[in-house]
Design a protein around this ligand. Structure first.
Ligand SMILES: [Fe+2]
Length: 444
């Protein structure tokens, strides 16, 4: 895969992954839609998501003080005429009195173009940018888990890093505001501030909104005892995220399998498939859909990326996630399902670990007659049928430590370690540490 990998360090203890690939190009024409008139209302913020392909269609969502503020207008670059569209899905902002989310779908857009949007009675004109179909850039961010959203926050600081890279798409890989599935006003206010920060800081140089998709992490659901997040024993319900976002969450989304598991394409050059790794649908029940989508789409696209919140291969210390997380099921079910398409799959991008981790191209030799613990070490380095896992590091959460033993664990198949490199915090020394194949360094 001819994708360059860029790792950005914005401070000694923070890091972020962004990837870029060189792709082909193509354009389609714009079209107009008609809708009925509507009165003005205040628009607090807006955000955009792809529906099927962010270079061709977009779901524009806006948060308004009016339940009836369902009309939006948009126009193509250089166009004089505004096209009117109406919201296809309007709902209350969960638990936030007087706040309503409206979402409209715009199709037939031109790629790599900035469209203007406005609402009746609202003076300000806002913009969004469609994805380019050449030299596509995708930024991956996960684990914000920080309740500072304004000036000086990590949301702002990383926003500058992302904006400087001018991505065509942002893939948010779970865990945002620690709502843990709670439907209360405090969590809603955090979500609102998070969305406002995204609109404020994560845009193009021209101030145009960049499309994003938001996957579910364990902190977007509640546990069975209903006293913590959904790690390991979610009760199957999902929190506010499903009301807020559309891609994979709108029941009418055509490429959705379930909440957080869906696909998108950018032309024929990029294909993203995501999994719900955490709690609302078991990975076993996503397997047929996942395998079918890969079989249908992998050959058609130049680059394929798989995304999900939970890692398959851990390098993190302190916790043993094997018994409670989907790590084993990721390795035993999903990794074999990817093997046939491994040459097309650039990587599995994950969150949750709060460390930056890069594995070798790994194949899993799952053997159902062996115990789960015995299968834990049955990976093998395989350049043909192996898939690399990238852990994106924490966006705003605390950086966790790397466990040299866990990161350096050895395969029972070929004796290899799983991590090429894993970077986290050494809490005792308060330094960054890097572990991996032959690397064990502390970095001041
Ligand atoms: Fe997580």
């Amino acid at each position: 895969m001819d994708t360059d990998l860029h790792v950005f360090h914005t401070s000694r203890r923070r890091f972020l992954l962004s990837t870029c690939g060189a792709f082909g190009a193509g354009l389609v024409g714009a079209h107009s839609q008609q809708a009925n008139d509507d009165s003005g209302a205040q628009v607090f913020l807006a955000f955009v998501e792809p529906w099927t392909d962010p270079s061709r269609d977009m779901v524009v969502s806006w948060v308004s003080d009016g339940a009836e503020a369902v009309v939006m207008e948009y126009r193509a670059p250089g166009a004089v005429t505004w096209n009117r569209v109406t919201s296809r899905r309007s709902r209350h902002f969960p638990m936030l009195p007087g706040h309503h989310i409206h979402s409209c779908l715009i199709e037939g857009l031109a790629g790599d173009s900035i469209y203007e949007i406005r609402w009746p009675g609202v003076e300000q004109i806002r913009k969004f940018k469609t994805a380019a179909r050449g030299k596509v850039k995708v930024s991956f961010l996960s684990d914000y888990q920080n309740l500072e959203f304004g000036p000086g926050s990590l949301l702002e600081k990383f926003g500058k890093v992302v904006a400087a890279e001018a991505p065509d798409l942002m893939v948010l890989v779970g865990d945002y505001v620690n709502d843990d599935g709670r439907m209360n006003e405090e969590s809603s206010r955090h979500w609102f501030a998070f969305l406002r920060g995204m609109a404020e800081y994560y845009h193009t140089r021209d101030g145009a909104l960049v499309p994003m998709v938001a996957l579910t992490g364990n902190h977007e659901g509640i546990n069975a005892q209903r006293n913590s997040n959904a790690l390991g024993n979610g009760d199957g319900t999902i929190g506010q995220i499903a009301e807020i976002f559309s891609w994979s969450y709108d029941p009418q989304h055509p490429l959705r399998h379930c909440n957080s598991a869906a696909t998108l394409s950018i032309g024929t050059d990029f294909f993203l498939i995501s999994l719900e790794t955490d709690h609302t649908e078991k990975l076993e029940e996503q397997l047929d859909w996942f395998s079918g989508q890969l079989a249908q789409n992998a050959a058609k696209h130049r680059h394929v990326v798989v995304a999900g919140h939970a890692p398959a291969f851990y390098g993190m210390g302190k916790f043993d996630f094997n018994p409670i997380s989907p790590g084993r099921r990721m390795r035993d079910l999903i990794w074999p399902a990817m093997a046939a398409h491994a040459s097309k799959i650039g990587f599995y991008i994950t969150g949750h670990e709060h460390i930056l981790a890069i594995t070798d191209k790994l194949r899993m030799d799952y053997n159902p007659s062996l115990s789960p613990a015995e299968n834990d070490s049955r990976w093998a380095v395989d350049p043909q049928r192996g898939v690399r896992q990238l852990g994106s590091g924490p966006w705003g959460a605390h950086v966790l430590d790397v466990d040299p033993q866990r990161a350096g664990a050895v395969s029972s198949i070929d004796g290899s370690t799983k991590m090429l490199a894993a970077m986290g915090l050494d809490f005792e020394k308060r330094t960054l540490q890097i572990h991996g194949s032959g690397i064990t360094n502390d970095v001041e």
